[in-house]
Design a protein around this ligand. Structure first.
Ligand code: NAG
Ligand code: NAG
Length: 222
């Protein structure tokens, strides 16, 4: 191989690599929620330029940063610690997946956080039915017993728990103990961390108007 052909080969590699990065960046732009503004500018560092953003990409479906991530990355250490807590709660949690998603979606409904309702497809993939999603969306607060036929006793106990934790903060001991009859101590702590964290998420996305969703009604499951 002559020096000039070697140089040409290396140049070719460089061009190929940068066009790949370009294609990836375009994909990421297209899939980032609805691209509506928030109350702070979005910070989306290109792949390979910011270790925290790259860690978040690894956790996201298709490696795509969300509008939420673009808001968080204004404060990189907040984004980084949020990412590790969210990973534990989403991926290293031993409570049933249906219960985890019921907690998240119920908080979205109670706190009018349309952005957080993006979990509906996750809830479906964990096994929540359309009727159950409707019960989570529309059962009046503190009326969980009226949804028992649709949810069954375990998810009804979970609905009651998340209602109290979200709307009253204090959880009466009988509400705690009813959920406790389905979960062990590890899981009670995980359940409470899940409801606490997703209340944090709802307050964060609403105050910063992530993806411009503050005035969007929470969707109706169909
Ligand atoms: C991920 O990529 C696949 C294939 O392009 C696409 O069908 C799917 O909708 C994407 N998922 C998300 C959440 O963007
Ligand atoms: C509670 O149950 C989960 C799921 O079965 C299990 O992973 C965990 O080790 C249990 N914790 C205790 C303290 O038994």
């Amino acid at each position: 191989m002559t020096l000039s052909s070697l140089l040409a080969f290396m140049l070719g590699l460089l061009v190929c690599q940068s066009s790949l990065v370009g294609a990836r960046a375009v994909t990421i732009l297209q899939e980032r929620d609805d691209n509506l503004p928030a109350r702070v500018p979005y910070v989306f560092p290109p792949p390979g330029t910011n270790a925290i953003a790259d860690d978040i990409r690894q956790r996201r479906v298709n490696g795509t940063l969300l509008a939420l991530d673009g808001v968080l990355l204004n404060a990189p250490l907040v984004a980084q610690s949020w990412n590790s807590v969210a990973d534990v709660i989403r991926n290293q949690n031993s409570i049933p997946g249906t219960m985890r998603e019921l907690f998240i979606l119920r908080i979205a409904a109670l706190n009018n956080a349309a952005y957080e309702w993006r979990h509906e497809p996750v809830g479906r993939s964990e096994g929540l039915t359309t009727e159950q999603l409707k019960a989570i969306r529309f059962t009046p607060v503190f009326q969980s017993q009226s949804a028992r036929k649709t949810l069954g006793s375990e998810l009804t106990a979970a609905l009651d728990f998340v209602d109290w934790n979200t709307k009253s903060v204090e959880v009466p001991i009988h509400v705690f103990n009813t959920l406790r009859s389905f979960l062990n101590d590890t899981q009670m702590v995980e359940a409470t961390a899940t409801t606490g964290f997703y209340n944090f998420v709802s307050r964060f996305v609403e105050a910063l108007d992530v993806d411009g969703k503050v005035n969007t009604p929470v969707p109706t499951p169909e």
